[in-house]
Design a protein around this ligand. Structure first.
Ligand code: NAI
Length: 336
């Protein structure tokens, strides 16, 4: 089901105190959109630690509360818009014990709800309003009077009114203008983590191996880097896929290219890829294995140098022929 502005009524937000925990990519965009949709400024509180984000919220005329427990006590609605890995600690320690029994908790990503990392009292409403759009565009599209794709769901209906409240909030942030798609934290998490852990790793590996094979055939770094991504042709192909259709965009290519791509794809045996993808979906994403592993290394992500596992992965990736070749080209072109 797709919900539009006409399915949502802002009266469900009347006199409600709406707290945004976080004023970053999504928090800044959603809070400003909500205010511009007519929710009075004195109903909005930005709960933020003392940092540049808090200063930004103040400069935009918002009331900022640094004491999270105080913000929790007055919240009728709380948007959790700090990074996903930060949410469990902040919410469980400062918000959960203080929230009103009938409050609505809004997440913009399914992760913490799907993996049950947040402590919700059963009387609360828990909803997902998850823009499929980076924060700066959530704001700029709203300012232009345009919408953006968004997933919406009710995960816990403590008050019996969670859906109308979720739709009113979606409308207030500008998410029902072009339609908010009914979804769930399971679906959102499965698709998000699958794309991150199955689809894109394979795309990275395909480019890496293609680079090495063409290098062996005598192609230069310059030619390869431009042919494969720096010309921005792949970005244009995806743009055309969004506009014309995933397969139909092929019509923009030469006949030699169309024949080569379609006949090549038809000859690839999808069975091993499908088995690999199923393994990641079921044995890594849906069963929580990745989440448990990530929790173990999370604290190390704050460390410097090689003690940080993400830095080690970057170092390893930079050793590939593709990355080394690109570095040479960028150095020769004077690019950073
Ligand atoms: P962000 O990284 O921009 O968050 C920054 C905010 O978090 C600031 O207000 C900062 O003060 C606060 N913060 C950071 N570390 C903190 C800590 N240790 N303790 C207390 N506050 C802290 O977050 P972003 O990207 O806006 O993500 C928020 C939510 O939106 C997440 O659930 C994310 O998955 C979701 N989302 C993000 C999208 C994006 O484009 N970035 C797209 C769709 C959903």
């Amino acid at each position: 089901k797709i919900y539009y502005d006409s399915d949502a009524d802002l009266k469900h937000l009347k006199d409600k105190t709406i707290v945004f925990l976080g004023f970053g990519n999504q928090g800044a965009a959603q809070a400003q959109n909500l205010r511009d949709s007519g929710i009075p400024n004195d109903q909005i509180i930005i709960a933020n630690r003392k940092d540049d984000y808090a200063a930004d919220a103040k400069s935009k005329g918002f009331t900022v509360e640094h004491d999270f427990s105080k913000a929790a006590e007055v919240a009728d609605v709380v948007f959790l818009l700090v990074p996903d890995q930060v949410q469990p600690r902040v919410f469980n320690e400062s918000f959960s014990p203080k929230l009103k029994s009938s409050a609505t908790v809004v997440v913009a990503s399914g992760y913490n709800v799907f993996y049950k990392l947040l402590d919700f009292k059963p009387t609360l409403d828990v909803v997902m309003v998850a823009p499929r759009m980076i924060g700066s565009s959530v704001r700029s599209l709203y300012v232009k009077g345009k919408g953006f794709p968004c997933f919406v769901s009710v995960e816990q209906d403590g008050t019996g009114s969670a859906l109308p409240i979720a739709l009113a909030l979606s409308r207030a942030i500008g998410a029902t203008k072009t339609g908010a798609i009914s979804s769930s934290v399971r679906e959102e998490t499965a698709m998000d983590l699958f794309a991150e852990q199955a689809l894109w790793p394979n795309i990275i590996a395909l480019f890496r191996e293609a680079y090495s094979v063409l290098k062996e055939a005598g192609c230069t770094d310059e030619a390869l880097v431009y042919e494969m991504w720096m010309s921005k042709e792949p970005a244009e192909i995806f743009q055309a896929a969004a506009e014309d259709g995933f397969i139909r965009q092929l019509k923009h290519h030469s006949i030699v290219s169309q024949y080569g791509q379609l006949s090549g794809a038809s000859k690839i045996d999808g069975t091993p890829i499908r088995a690999h993808f199923k393994d990641i979906l079921h044995n890594q994403v849906l069963n929580g294995k990745f989440q448990r592993e990530f929790t173990k290394i999370e604290a190390d992500l704050e460390k410097e140098g090689d003690a940080n596992p993400l830095n080690r992965l970057y170092t390893l990736s930079e050793e590939s022929e593709l990355a080394q070749g690109e570095q040479r080209v960028r150095a020769r072109l004077g690019l950073s």
